[in-house]
Every structure is written in C-alpha cells, then in structure tokens.
Design a protein around this ligand. Structure first.
Ligand code: ADP
Ligand code: MG
Length: 355
C-alpha cells in the first residue's frame, strides 16, 4: 500500500531529470515513469540519502546532519539512538517533513518530498504521520480533557461528533487509559501523559509514528511499560515506528537499533529472531541498569554499551564511498594507534592491522 495511494503512479513518479539530480540509478522503464510492480516493491518506504542539515546562527555554522543515509521498511520498529547533540531531533524533523535538508533528500515510496508543494506536504503529514514530541507541553493541551485532546486531530475531519468520540476512546483503550477520559493532563503521571500523547498521534490512523525521546521524562519502570506499548502498537496496528532517543535501554525491545553520532549513522543492530520470540512471549530481556548516561562509544562496534550483548546481530555501516567507522575502543583493542593502517584480504575477509 502506497502512502501516495490517492495519486496515480504517473503523478507521483519522479521524472528523469529529477532522478538524475538525485543520483538515483534507474533503468529505462523506471525513467519512463512507469514502475513495474516487482521493481516498485524494492523501493524502500523511507529513504534518507546523503542528508545534510546546516544551521547558521550568529555567523557560526553547525552541521547537524553530515551526509546521513538510512532506509526504513514498512512495519519496522526502529530506535535511532545517540547522545545529546548527535542530530536526532534534526533527523526526525526531516523525516516528518517539518524541515528541509541543506543537501540530500528524504523520499517516501521513491518520491522526494522536497518536490511536494507546501499544501501537499501539510496533507501528507496529516494523513500519514503521527508525532510524539519530546516536551509534553507540545503534545497535550492542559485545558482540554484527555479524550478531548485525543479528538483534537479529528477536528476538521468529516466524522460526526459521536464517531470522533468513539475513535478517540478506541485509541485510549489501545493505550490502556480509557478510564481517564475525563481527567485533565495535569492530573496524570508523566507516563500516562505520554500514553495520551501516543493515542493522540494515532487517532488519525497514520502509517508512521515518529517519537522524540518518548521515554526521556519517565522512570525506568514506566519506560519499560511504554516500550511494551510501542511493540504492541507496531504489531497490532501495523504502524511503522521510528523512535529517536538517548535511552539505551530501548535497544533491547526494538527490532532494529540504529546508532547516530555526529549527524551520521555509525552502526546498527538487528534483533535476532530467537529474541524476537522471547520478547513476544513476555520474557523480559532488560537488565537493571544505572541511571547514568551510558558511554555510547564504550564498546567495540556499535557502542550500544549497556544493552544486551547477544540479542542483536551487529553491523557497521559502510557508506557510499566505502568508508566504515572504527570506534576508539575497537582501535585500542586491535592495537591501532596511528592513522595509518594496513588492509589485507585473507580468505575473503578484510583484516585491518597496525601499519
Ligand atoms: P539531538 O536531538 O540528538 O540532541 P539535535 O538534532 O537537536 O540533536 O541537534 C544537533 C546539532 O544541531 C546540535 O549541535 C544543535 O546545537 C544543533 N542545532 C539543532 N537545531 C538548531 C537550530 N535551530 N539552530 C542552530 N543549531 C541547531
Ligand atoms: Mg533532541
């Protein structure tokens, strides 16, 4: 199912010059604007290609995203984890079509969203994306009751008052808060407020849920409860979920962990099948951790420091130029202490050693 299902393929397919501009390799059929069904399936749901975002303030340039590449498939539950200032919120704003890249592009189903008009973008966001913001104040209105908050995104829909209420109540049930419908947000705990925010984000039945630090302001127990809720929503409603966070504990409960540092994806981990089944069977994988901010670059490879060690398969990211990042710990463990290394291929494996 395409997010652009209301348009024809002809209308949404990129033109030849646009594809050339974006450096997308195409064959002749795609260029003609008519994708074969089989080819269409290979187009990722979301593609970030060489995303760059430069902020300029008072003569100083900050490069928040430094050529970030990322693909997300429909139905995935992904956590993008990195320390403060690594570019997470900037990336989320790009994914949500709320901000434009300085270079590179974001494509949904092969369509570069920079090609859409402001009106089309607004419609795209409304129809397809639910947001949960980092600050609770950005998610909920304190002068409305819980159920009125959840109904808010339906304000301009064609539904009757009764239908809106029923839909909102269904969402509140999904997050386990139907009994709080008449309360005001200030009468709820932080975790409950987050759950109402999630119900509000889901009420329009979006295909994609984007969340910025959803567990940032809650205690560990509530965080685990919310993480279970993310899984459940992902599984039962089929919503694609992207969470950006510095909360390393999320790494244990999502299918895919992508590490971001200095505005680039540094590595990723995919949850192994056996662990997926364990989580689904309710077997907690989480270990008690400290409240200290973990050292993201602590362990070899991903730097998914305190996260479980054998639940995920670990991958480093090879960028388009063929570069791969070796963390300080990896280099130390391998005794690499200069910026010159020797690369050999032995039995089909690449061996990197000190010069
Ligand atoms: P994170 O969400 O991972 O903490 P951000 O995406 O908010 O990181 O920020 C990445 C970098 O970009 C930081 O150095 C931040 O100071 C800078 N930055 C973000 N937004 C702006 C802005 N509007 N103006 C100037 N600098 C910004
Ligand atoms: Mg942020």
């Amino acid at each position: 199912m395409s997010i652009f299902k209301k348009k024809t393929k002809e209308e949404t397919s990129l033109h030849e010059d646009e594809r050339a501009d974006m450096n997308i390799e195409t064959d002749s059929e795609e260029v003609s604007g008519k994708l074969e069904d089989s080819e269409e399936e290979s187009v990722p749901y979301i593609k970030c290609d060489s995303l760059v975002r430069i902020f300029k303030s008072e003569g100083i340039e900050v490069m928040a995203l430094q050529g970030l590449d990322l693909e997300i498939q429909r139905g995935e539950l992904t956590a993008i984890i990195g320390k403060s200032g690594s570019g997470k919120s900037t990336l989320l704003n790009m994914l949500g079509a709320l901000d434009k890249p300085s270079a590179g592009f974001v494509a949904y189903d092969g369509v570069n969203i920079a090609e859409l008009s402001e009106k089309e973008l607004a419609k795209f966001r409304n129809d397809h994306i639910g947001f949960v913001w980092q600050k609770n104040a950005d998610n909920l209105l304190n002068y409305l009751t819980v159920v009125e908050n959840v109904e808010m995104p339906l304000l301009f829909s064609d539904m009757s008052k009764k239908e809106k209420h029923e839909r909102a109540m269904k969402m509140l049930e999904a997050v386990g808060l139907a009994h709080k419908e008449k309360n005001f947000p200030t009468q709820l705990s932080g975790g409950e407020q987050q759950r109402v925010a999630i119900a509000t984000a889901l009420v329009n039945e979006p295909e994609l849920l984007l969340m910025d630090e959803p567990t940032g302001a809650v205690d560990r127990k509530t965080s685990i409860m919310l993480q279970d809720l993310f899984r459940e929503i992902n599984r039962s409603l089929g919503v694609t979920i992207i969470i950006v966070t510095h909360d390393i504990s999320l790494a244990d409960r999502v299918d895919r962990v992508v590490m971001i540092s200095d505005g680039k994806i540094s590595s990723e981990r995919i949850l192994k099948e056996e662990y997926k089944k364990k989580i689904e069977a309710g077997e907690a994988l989480l270990k008690e951790g400290t409240n200290e901010e973990p050292d993201y670059n602590a362990t070899a490879g991903t730097g998914v420091a305190s996260s479980s060690d054998d639940s995920h398969e670990e991958f480093s990211i090879l960028d388009k130029a063929g570069r791969v990042r070796l963390s300080a710990e990896m280099r130390e463990a391998a005794g690499i202490d200069s910026n010159r290394v020797k690369i050999d291929i032995v039995d089909g494996k690449i061996i990197i050693t000190n010069e």
